[in-house]
Design a protein around this ligand. Structure first.
Ligand SMILES: Nc1ncnc2c1ncn2[C@@H]1O[C@H](COP(=O)(O)OP(=O)(O)OP(=O)(O)O)[C@@H](O)[C@H]1O
Ligand SMILES: [Mg+2]
Length: 362
């Protein structure tokens, strides 16, 4: 034996929370030889293990016992195994042990023996449990946030629907009546060049413009437009309107769009187009924009690509206070879809959304 090896062995046995053991194969772990440090680590001396064949098994945690014994029973003659379990110490507290065992041949002898170690891993287990708990907590709050985001989007949709209805059915009608009355007053004025008449005409024009803007606003908020006209027609109208308002050239390409789209899918794509075109108008300074609506067997994809100033996507993700891209992403996620945002400063922007086509089509 190398000089000093005993010293090293002693050092290992005193410093590490590891007990070494050996047992005859037929006895498996009944009546094992254990290293001297077992008293410090388990509270039981090597003599206690040697004299009580049931000691190790009897102190396995009831919830772990069956699993651990099964693991040892199925150990083949030249196999190895590693299991973890709780074990009741002499002080009646449970601690976690990692048990690694191998079958090995004693030098000189023909017999195989089981050799192994018990390592106290209670601290690691506690840390793992803590990590697991915080992971579960994180997942729970993420779920709550998702539910909240979903609810907010629904509330937003309902609110938009209400505002749209009020604007359209009430405010816009009343404005139309005012317009008609102004027109009547204008018509009844005799003198054709009085400044009053000119002023009246200007007011009338403003009322007509206001009424147009209001109708546009109501139209923008209106959700049933997709339900009433279908996605393709609704989008085409929206694009036409966008071109008229902004002067940006637009192309709308559609291919293999399913005839029947689930309502939530259609509405979601319409909203994505609205948000994206809204962003093109507000931020892109683009000369043209292309919308592509393309279906396949199991999904539908909407891409909005502009030729504008682009952006630094990471910087926007971290710093933007806007809600457009966020709510778009959330809407799409609620329908199990995905959003891709590709852009670089000076290189235009592309928003691409994929939604799976669901089975329950109308
Ligand atoms: N097509 C685009 N071209 C250039 N920049 C864009 C484009 N779309 C979005 N951005 C940038 O990304 C930011 C975030 O967009 P987002 O739609 O989330 O918010 P917003 O438009 O600023 O505000 P909101 O949509 O809530 O009115 C914008 O402020 C803009 O800087
Ligand atoms: Mg926006």
């Amino acid at each position: 034996m190398i000089a000093g090896a005993d010293k090293h062995q002693d050092l290992i046995l005193t410093a590490l929370p590891v007990v070494f053991y050996a047992a005859a194969p037929d006895e498996r772990l009944y009546r094992p030889w254990v290293s001297q440090n077992s008293a410090r680590i388990t509270g039981f001396t090597p003599e206690a293990f040697a004299s009580d064949p049931g000691l190790w098994v009897s102190r396995l945690h009831p919830d772990d016992r069956e699993r651990v014994l099964a693991e040892f029973l199925k150990l083949p003659p030249d196999g190895a195994c590693t299991v973890e379990y709780r074990w009741l110490m002499a002080d009646q507290t449970y601690r976690w042990f990692l048990d690694t065992a191998v079958f090995t041949r004693e030098s000189g002898a023909g017999d195989r023996r089981l050799a192994g170690l018990w390592m106290d891993v209670t601290k690691r287990k506690a840390a793992e449990a803590e990590l697991e708990a915080s992971r579960a907590e994180l997942e729970r709050s993420r779920e709550e946030l998702r539910a909240l985001a979903g609810k907010l989007l629904t509330v937003q949709d309902e609110e938009r629907r209400r505002i749209s209805r009020d604007l359209h059915d009430d405010v816009s009608q009343r404005l139309a009546v005012i317009g008609l009355e102004l027109e009547a007053v204008y018509g009844s004025l005799r003198s054709s060049s009085s400044p009053f008449k000119r002023q009246l005409r200007a007011i009338h024009k403003q009322v007509v413009r206001l009424s147009d803007d209001l109708r546009h606003l109501a139209y923008q908020f209106h959700q049933t437009i997709v339900e009433d006209l279908g996605l393709v027609v609704a989008l085409q109208r929206y694009v036409n309107d966008f071109v008229r308002r902004t002067g940006v050239k637009a192309r709308f390409i559609k291919r293999r769009v399913p005839e029947f789209l689930a309502q939530d899918v259609a509405t979601c794509l319409y909203r994505v187009a609205q948000e994206s075109l809204g962003n093109v108008a507000a931020h892109a300074k683009a000369s043209h924009v292309t919308l592509e609506l393309i279906g396949s067997d199991d999904e539908i994809r909407l891409t909005v690509r502009d030729s504008g100033v682009g952006m630094d996507v990471e910087a926007v993700r971290q710093r933007s206070r806007g809600l457009g891209l966020l709510s778009m992403t959330e809407r799409v996620r609620l329908l199990n879809g995905s959003v891709e945002l590709r852009s670089r400063p000076g290189q235009g922007t592309e928003v691409s959304v994929r939604l799976p086509l669901t089975m329950d089509q109308p």
